[in-house]
Design a protein around this ligand. Structure first.
Ligand code: SAM
Length: 327
């Protein structure tokens, strides 16, 4: 689900129409999957393109934002995808269920996080599937963890993630439970540079998870984690490290070469959005038509959709270093 509208779409009736269209796109995706909202459910409210929040539905509670006051009780019993109007019936919020790719917009950031363009590329580079066994560190705010674990099938795939900040670990344990991802994620409080990634059998979902097929690290000194990573990476496993600076990549690449990683490649993901603006007529030369010597070029009139750069390109976030474990 990609929502490009950055305007405050609830400000006037026309804008509200725009919002309705956008919400219909979401509903289309969720057709047949509408679920009734109960107390205790995680609910995502879409206020506008720039403001998406989550909360747990509680009896008797009220939600206040710039569009007015909304009662949790008015949301109870409705279907995800519904619209809830304010008291004056002039403005509304849309109630959505959790989908991983909206998480970057409503997450409570405790650290810098990875965003969807990098996340998508990471998940491709790690060759993830429903049954992947993934190791990750540091967990940070859990943005990548939520996205990766959402694609895992419980009982088949699993994510083991390591974070050395105890407060974050405790908060994330609760969050993963709330998102119903606790069956596919195990978070461990640990400094991986000091103590590595190896887990005791009692902490693994399955003995075979001692080795993983995919590992991702987002650490300040990733090169120091390489020798530890080697101990848990299966032969042929995919390894990706994210670093904002090229100096970090240099050191990590050196450590990876020394530790027998192959197919080393670096990626940078630059993401730019364009939107439909208007259809206009232009004259273009007719190609595929042989011209006789001296004959003038002939033109045809065609409709083209002019796309306009919305200038919201997210520039450099970091470099992704990929390698495959040869041993
Ligand atoms: C930038 S954040 C990761 C953000 C995460 N990728 C996300 O999308 O939310 C880096 C995290 O690594 C953790 N960290 C740093 N060094 C670590 C270490 N040696 N062992 C475990 N975690 C570490 C930090 O506490 C921080 O939470």
């Amino acid at each position: 689900m990609e929502i490009e509208n950055k305007n405050n779409i609830n400000e006037n009736p026309n804008d509200a129409k725009k919002d309705e269209t956008e919400m219909n796109i979401i509903k289309e995706e969720d057709k047949g999957k509408e679920k009734t909202i109960n107390y205790g459910d995680l609910v995502i409210i879409y206020e506008n393109g720039d403001s998406v929040k989550y909360f747990t539905l509680e009896k008797g509670k009220k939600l206040q934002n710039k569009y007015g006051v909304f009662s949790h009780d008015d949301i109870y019993g409705k279907n995800f995808g519904c619209k809830i109007y304010n008291k004056d019936n002039t403005k509304f919020i849309s109630i959505l269920s959790f989908v991983p790719n909206i998480w970057e917009r409503c997450i409570n950031k405790m650290t810098q996080i990875l965003f969807n363009p990098d996340i998508s590329l990471i998940m491709i580079l790690l060759n993830l599937s429903q049954s992947s066994i993934i190791y990750e560190s540091g967990t940070g705010s859990g943005c990548l963890s939520v996205n990766m674990s959402s694609m895992l099938s419980s009982g088949k795939g699993h994510l083991y993630t390591f974070e050395f900040n105890k407060e974050r670990v405790d908060k994330l344990k609760d969050l993963f439970k709330l998102l119903k991802l606790d069956k596919t994620i195990t978070i461990t409080h640990r400094d991986v540079i000091q103590d590595g990634f190896e887990l005791e059998e009692k902490d693994l979902e399955n003995k075979s998870h001692k080795k993983c097929g995919s590992m991702f690290i987002d650490l300040p000194s990733p090169w120091l984690a390489i020798k530890h990573a080697k101990k848990v990476l299966a032969s042929g496993a995919y390894f990706v490290s994210f670093s904002p600076c090229i100096e970090q990549i240099n050191q990590t690449m050196k450590a990876m070469k020394e530790n027998n990683f192959i197919e080393l490649r670096m990626f940078e993901c630059l993401y730019r959005t364009f939107s439909y603006a208007r259809t206009t007529q232009v004259k273009i030369p007719i190609i595929n038509k042989k011209r006789k010597k001296g004959e003038e070029i002939q033109y045809q009139q065609v409709d083209i959709n002019v796309t306009k750069n919305k200038c919201d390109m997210r520039g450099h976030t970091g470099f992704l270093l990929l390698g495959i474990n040869k041993d």
